[in-house]
Design a protein around this ligand. Structure first.
Ligand code: HEM
Length: 395
């Protein structure tokens, strides 16, 4: 058994396998990933907390399955996101993180709630005459995509372009693809970086009240042009995909557990427990900068390591009876789905706000929501993300 997302069992439910690893091989060498995998909560957290030994350099663009030709095509354009905030170590990280954090103040995040609520209400108004929909395709994405686009400063007319490019980005770097498809996806990704580049140029000329203008104003002071382009392209990714994936996973879980609609006062903890048990993010990659000895295994310097937050979230030493969904589990929010340490997700508060708001609005407007009986439900094949391509529901 291995971390192989071409295998159905691994995508559907890797938890027996992960439990065996936690007990018997807490430092597992995955031949398939070409990486060591840490599965115990304490080890995963300690590795996140030690960025000097577990470096983030290149951690987001690890796809081992990229062909030489694809690498060349991306490389010619310097498109490995080598200066994206999640992909660098201190001191660059400290500087980049400081700049990004300026846009994610608690006040700025709280101010987005009203807009997000409206976006959800508007969408449900449009679905008012319907009794059935694809929750993932038709409900989960639109409000997050629109909120993120407005935050970044992407004009409404470009939203669908951006959304498609972001999907291609995800597929290229995080799921195994055949060689021809890789080249197609690489070209799509390059078009996307080009688009962001032009957006930055436009805001440099004529600033507005958006994230792109704020970051552009820091070029030459705190940030380089390249850093701003990579930051914006990847924040769009964070906003466009992770939150809707987490929402889809959460709604499916709540429906299956018979806990729909969730009473408003129980929503904040329900959101955490959904993230714990069906996290949209499965882990992060790191490279060791020195030899590490852990549980009798010697991990050489320069090795690729997967910190499995998915396994950590199911670690029975921290979360008793981990495969059971407990809506008021006292320590549900101790999951590591947003990472930990210096790279802890800068959008975590915004992500939580969206998930809580969406569950509240959806529960009130669609109290009779249920999955369409017999409709197939399968997670997409990805090493680091869990999400449903489709979830048919009725009400
Ligand atoms: C449920 C939704 C989300 C999940 C599960 C998630 C997950 C994560 C994780 C695991 C990391 C750490 C990566 C690492 O250490 O290698 C991270 C970092 C990051 N996330 Fe999120 N994220 C979510 C939403 C968002 C949103 C909404 C945004 C922005 C609008 C965002 C922007 C970022 C950025 C910029 C970083 C890099 C931070 C750094 O390196 O200092 N994320 N996220």
């Amino acid at each position: 058994m291995d971390f192989d997302v071409t295998q159905d069992w691994h995508v559907a439910s890797p938890y027996d396998f992960l439990r065996t690893l936690r007990h018997q091989q807490p430092v597992f060498h995955s031949a398939h990933l070409g990486a060591y995998v840490l599965t115990r909560y304490a080890d995963v957290r300690a590795a996140y907390g030690d960025p000097r030994v577990f470096s983030s350099k290149g951690s987001l663009t690890i796809s081992r399955s990229l062909t030489e030709e694809t690498r060349r095509r991306l490389g010619e354009h310097g498109s490995f996101l080598s200066s994206f905030v999640a992909n660098v170590d201190p001191p660059d990280h400290t500087r980049l993180r400081r700049s990004v954090s300026r846009a994610f103040t608690p006040r700025a995040v709280a101010a987005m709630e009203r807009r997000f609520r409206e976006l959800n209400e508007n969408l449900l108004d449009r679905l008012a005459g319907r009794r059935e929909a694809d929750f993932v395709q038709e409900v989960a994405h639109e409000p997050s995509v629109k909120l993120t686009a407005a935050f970044i400063g992407v004009p409404e007319s470009d939203e669908s372009f951006v959304q498609h490019r972001v999907k291609d980005w995800f597929q290229l770097f995080l799921s195994p693809q055949p060689p021809d498809r890789q080249l197609e996806l690489a070209d799509s990704f390059l078009t996307y970086l080009d688009y962001v580049d032009r957006l930055v140029a436009a805001r440099a000329k004529e600033p507005r009240d958006d994230f792109t203008s704020l970051m552009t104003s820091l070029i030459g002071k705190e940030l380089t042009h390249r850093e701003v382009v990579e930051l914006i392209s990847t924040i769009l990714l964070g906003g466009n995909d992770t939150v809707p994936n987490q929402l889809g996973n959460s709604v499916l879980r709540l429906l299956r557990e018979g806990l729909w609609p969730v009473p408003p006062e129980r929503i904040p903890n329900a959101v955490e427990e959904c993230m714990r048990i069906d996290g949209a993010s499965l882990g992060s990659f790191r490279h060791t900068t020195a030899e590490v000895e852990l549980h009798g295994v010697r991990i050489p310097a320069g090795a690729l390591v997967l910190l499995s937050t998915d396994s950590a979230a199911h670690d029975e030493t921290v979360f008793p009876d981990p495969e059971t969904f407990v809506i008021d589990r006292a320590n549900a929010d101790a999951h590591l789905v947003f990472g930990y340490g210096i790279h802890f997700c800068v959008g975590a508060a915004l992500g939580r706000l969206q998930l809580r708001t969406a569950l509240e609005v959806l529960g009130r407007r669609l109290p009779g929501l249920k999955p369409v009986p017999g409709a197939p439900v399968a997670y997409r094949r990805s090493i680091v993300g869990r999400g449903l391509p489709s979830l048919l529901v009725q009400w």
